[in-house]
Design a protein around this ligand. Sequence first.
Ligand SMILES: Cc1cc2nc3c(=O)[nH]c(=O)nc-3n(C[C@H](O)[C@H](O)[C@H](O)COP(=O)(O)OP(=O)(O)OC[C@H]3O[C@@H](n4cnc5c(N)ncnc54)[C@H](O)[C@@H]3O)c2cc1C
Length: 492
Amino acid sequence: MSKTAIVIGSGFAGLSSAAYLAKYGFNVKLFEKNEQFGGRARILEENGFKFDMGPSWYWMPEVFDNFFADFGKKTSDFYELKRLEPSYKVFFSENEQISLPSNLDDIYALFESYETGSADKLREFLEEAQYRYEIALRKMIPKPSLSVFEFIDLEIIGGLLQCDLFNSFRSYSEKHFKNIMLRSIVEFPILFLGATAKETPALYSMMNHADMALGTWYPMGGMNEIIKGFVKVCENLGVEMYSSSPVKKINVIDGLADTVSVKGLEVNADVVLAGADYAHVEKDLLIEEYQSYSQDYWNSRVMAPSGLIYYLGTNVKIPALEHHNLFFDESLDEHSREIYKEPQWPTRPLFYVSCTSRTDPSVAPEGHENLFILMPVASGLLNDNEALRESYFNLIMDRLERLCKQNIRDHIVYKKTYAHSDFIQDYNAFKGNAYGLANTLKQTAVLKPRVKSKRVHNLYYAGQLTVPGPGIPPSIISGEIVAKEIAHRYSK
Ligand SMILES: Cc1cc2nc3c(=O)[nH]c(=O)nc-3n(C[C@H](O)[C@H](O)[C@H](O)COP(=O)(O)OP(=O)(O)OC[C@H]3O[C@@H](n4cnc5c(N)ncnc54)[C@H](O)[C@@H]3O)c2cc1C
């Protein structure tokens, strides 16, 4: 008879693991606390606007292709992908704005126009980035990281030695480029790792291969279309999916998870896979005796940032905006210090604006614009309140209007804000984090919270607080790694 696997949470990690576990012959039951499946990639539909609530950048398309291919499907069975041109626009000041072309030759020409010799430097930089990407994606990221011995492989060790593992990304980028705007462009993808260029190993230049060579894509209809595809894959495999079903407790007998408590019922489990926030599962669903990590351990982790988000609908078009827009008109180092070193509400924050209606007419009424504005902030800031959200809204609007040379405020017809307390309430997010655990050197691979519980023998974890790390592609891979680990154990 099939073993029963219970999956907690329906983010990318939970859905991915549920699909693989079903493929490996488990009888899978998935419980999601929210009404909608998708976790941080849920959708908000109001007044004719369709907002992706979380992720908006579709990078590393092969990870999505590989997932669907493992189930005999293609991405095009679920959504139409479009490569964005330009990939994104960076606003440095009223007069200095750079749009990054999607074509590599155009990117080389752009770099050369700002700094003589930088096209060749970029070529060299991207060759290394591609090598690192290949080693990381094929050899390192798919490891469950339960033991350092998994990494004793000549190709990995050889690769790591060539990867400037102990050199920071900042010194690596400074070695290549002098122009501050070009450096900001090559350092920007590091923000996806939830850490700063100074704290991140140069190894992560693989992200620049993802950015400049593999490109920025968009699934028409929005990022939530990917979730719909994942849900269909799970349903086709017979996964029992329950929304509005928060798991309240994992009941352990003799070191084994026996049942989970959901909606007043005790549901039997042979194995439990938690795709919900790791710290929440440990602290809130297990009694202390069965927790692998202490409160002090969690408090000492470097969390990736949280975010103060505005979902806005406007009744005018904003021609200065592209699909993705980075507002780097203030100091990134200063903002980073206020996120990581001395966590506080930022003084002069950078922010990001996604305007999906530039590409997709289905996300806003005709003649309107759909804006998602994100200001990264430290996780764990307690005084998240309406007055503060409103004061940052005014600060951002002043800059947005000045840099876009257009009145926007008077044309807002829909507005919703979202920050720490919402992340905690909606996702049980530790310290209200948006992106999980930062990918610093001390929190990489075996140094991350383990995918297998140390105290409960049939309890596993997937998602952005464990390996490989934050972001959609890592979360999808995380679900696959853990499902394989479980299947391997139960096949013995
Ligand atoms: C604002 C924002 C922007 C982002 N931008 C990007 C981007 O552009 N590109 C990118 O690649 N990544 C981006 N990310 C990161 C990416 O979205 C995440 O890393 C990824 O979606 C995390 O997936 P997950 O499955 O680990 O967690 P989640 O999506 O959080 O899923 C966990 C699920 O568990 C559920 N849950 C929690 N507690 C319980 C319980 N007790 N019982 C049952 N269910 C429970 C939650 O409701 C949730 O549905 C962004 C994230 C945010 C928040």
